[in-house]
Structure formats: structure tokens, C-alpha cells
Design a protein around this ligand. Structure first.
Ligand SMILES: [Zn+2]
Length: 350
């Protein structure tokens, strides 16, 4: 599985008064690193929800950065792609976001520019959004040059521009930082040919379960029959029984019966989880049971398709659903294969 190294530019201690790595505005310091690390964390969550492995470079918190540590770390863990996350500083008129890339590897840069435009963040592009790294100029950036894998450095607008500042640090920053992360994650997904999954889509919605009020409850008196109670409350015996989960027709004085409201949906039995190992290429009832279980926890093999993709065939979609589940609940083992550990994690969630 692809491993993505996210580098949150600079550290808390690299802020320079009046020059780079942050800005001072209205008597306050705004550190670039705070923005960078926030975007990196959001990006990591999006990538993991999409079934990819992502790490954030270690922060040294030294006041002078040793960038070698960061590229060494990415090279050592064998990352497949490196994205260094920044915000720019310059003349107050300069604005917009852009990506720096090695001249011979523009692929991810092109994808990011497309995603940036589609995301419609409110911060435009600086020029056409792409800059090549050139040796012998200031664009000769360490993170792009010294990484063994394709590496990109993205400047998410100019902190020194009033319009961009509002997005990076001001009132629009909460939304903007997610937008930045989404653009990166979507481009990464494109790059590795993986379906982008918004981590917020997998959060189950809370169900409200109102308690019946007093007038919705009837206390059975001696001599009452179900038929009479149903008639008095203008409903069928069947509905009355359903409301109260009654199997037979026997009631006793003092029983409290619901006589209004909606019947509680029958508690669905959690699907029985198959034992053994299931992987791409497998078929049959075990696969179907696994797919049903994945749907129960909102990791649909193919959301919106017939039966949400429950078809008894362990293909690309089911593998993808297993991966997405693993990336959230067994993040140390994301292989798209259903085995003991995935079974245990899934059982807990059902
Ligand atoms: Zn920076």
C-alpha cells in the first residue's frame, strides 16, 4: 500500500519577527507552523479514510531547522510520495497558492492544481499554480530536491496578503484548512488511483429516540381487551400489538401500553461474521455476510449501487471497503484482507 509522507513546514520555534515563517498582525504573532501542522493532520485523516498510509514528519522544535532529518526520515521509511505543507510570505500584493515540483515529475503537481480549482477554496492560484524547482535559484528547495521519492512543496496562499490571511489564519481558516487538506488528499488518491473517501462520511448519524409522554400510555384495567383498547385509540389491534411488541393477546391489569407514536424498529440482529480468511477473488455466502457487516458500519462496498454492492463477490470494491475499515479501526494492518484481526474489530463495531 502506498505510504505518504506529510511534512508540516517549520516548527513552533522558527517564527521570525517581521520576516517569514509567520506574520505579525494587530499586535499578534501568527506562526506558519500552526497552519501547516493543522492542514497536515486533516490530510492524514482524509488519506487514512481513503485506505492510504500517511505519516507526518517528526518535529524537532529546534529554532534552526535541520531539513535533512525530514528528508532522511521519508527516505528511511520508504515513502512513495512526499508533500511538504506551507503558507507563503512575500510582497503584500502577492497572493494565491502554488506547488513546487521537480522539473521531470510534474504529475502530482498537475493533479493538485486540478483539485485546487475544483475545491474552490476562495484562495486563487499564484500564476498557473505550478513552479519548477531550479538549481541555483531560490526555488532550489531542499524538501523537493533531497527526497528519494517524488516530492512536492505546496504554498497555500500568502500570509502577507490581506485576502489570503483571512483564509490562512482569520475567520475563514477552519473551513479553508480542511479545503487545503481535501485538495491534497484528492490529488494523492488520483495519483495512486484510489477512491477518495471523506472521513466525515463514515460517521454514523445520531438517531433520536423520543420517550413517549404520559398521554401516549394507557394503563390496562380489569376487564379490558386488546380489541377495546385499540378501538378507543382509533387503531387496529395489529398496530397496538406492534407498538408494544406483543406476541399474544394476553394483557393484565396494570400493564402499561403505548397507544401513540411509532413502533420501534425491530432491532436487527447483527449479521453473523464469517470465520477464516476472505480476500480478493473469493465468492459466496461468507463474502456476502462480510459485505453486509461492512454496510452495517457504514463502509459500503459500493454505496448507492444495487444492495450497496452486497453481491457475494470479493472484488475491488469489497477490498476497498475492507481497507477503509482497517484504516480507521486497525491502522497498523491495512491489507484489504479479512482475517482474525479485522473480524475482531468489526465485531466490536456491530
Ligand atoms: Zn514555509
Amino acid at each position: 500500500m502506498p505510504l505518504i509522507m506529510l511534512d508540516a513546514g517549520h516548527t513552533k520555534n522558527t517564527f521570525e519577527q517581521g520576516g517569514g515563517k509567520g506574520v505579525r498582525k494587530g499586535g499578534r504573532n501568527y506562526e506558519e507552523h500552526n497552519f501547516n501542522i493543522n492542514v497536515a493532520k486533516h490530510t492524514k485523516r482524509y488519506l487514512e479514510a481513503s485506505g492510504l498510509d500517511a505519516r507526518i514528519t517528526k518535529q524537532s522544535f529546534a529554532s534552526s531547522e535541520n531539513l535533512n532529518n525530514r528528508t532522511d526520515e521519508a527516505n528511511r521509511i520508504g515513502a512513495d510520495l512526499l508533500v511538504s505543507i506551507h503558507a507563503n510570505a512575500g510582497a503584500s500584493a502577492a497572493k494565491g497558492a502554488c506547488v513546487f515540483h521537480w522539473p521531470t515529475s510534474p504529475k502530482f503537481a498537475n493533479m493538485w492544481v486540478d483539485k485546487w480549482k475544483a475545491e474552490n477554496t476562495g484562495v486563487g492560484l499564484h500564476g498557473n499554480g505550478k513552479h519548477e524547482v531550479r538549481l541555483g535559484t531560490w526555488t532550489n528547495l531542499h524538501m523537493v530536491r533531497e527526497a528519494a521519492m517524488p516530492a512536492y512543496l505546496i504554498e497555500h496562499g500568502f500570509m502577507t496578503n490581506d485576502h489570503d490571511f483571512d483564509y490562512i489564519f482569520g475567520g475563514k481558516s477552519a473551513e479553508y484548512r480542511r479545503d487545503c487538506a481535501r485538495a491534497i488528499a484528492k490529488a494523492v488518491c488520483d495519483y495512486f488511483n484510489v477512491k477518495f473517501v471523506d472521513y466525515e462520511d463514515n460517521v454514523p448519524k445520531k438517531q433520536s429516540n423520543p420517550k413517549p409522554s404520559n398521554k401516549d400510555v394507557y394503563t390496562v384495567r380489569k376487564g379490558d381487551t386488546l380489541w377495546e383498547i385499540a378501538k378507543d385509540h382509533k387503531m387496529s389491534v395489529r398496530r397496538l400489538k406492534r407498538l408494544n411488541n406483543l406476541k399474544g393477546n394476553i394483557i393484565h391489569p396494570g400493564d402499561k401500553l403505548r397507544v401513540a407514536g411509532k413502533a420501534k424498529p425491530k432491532k436487527k440482529r447483527a449479521p453473523r461474521l464469517p470465520k477464516g480468511i476472505l480476500k480478493r477473488g473469493d465468492r459466496g455466502n461468507k463474502v456476502r455476510r462480510l459485505q453486509k457487516a461492512l454496510c452495517e458500519v457504514y463502509f459500503y462496498p459500493n454505496k448507492g449501487a444495487k444492495n450497496n454492492g452486497v453481491d457475494g463477490i470479493f472484488g475491488r470494491n469489497t477490498e476497498d471497503a475492507v481497507r477503509r475499515f482497517q484504516s480507521v479501526y486497525t491502522p497498523h494492518m491495512i491489507d484489504g484482507i479479512y482475517g482474525k484481526r479485522t473480524r475482531r474489530a468489526l465485531k466490536k463495531k456491530l
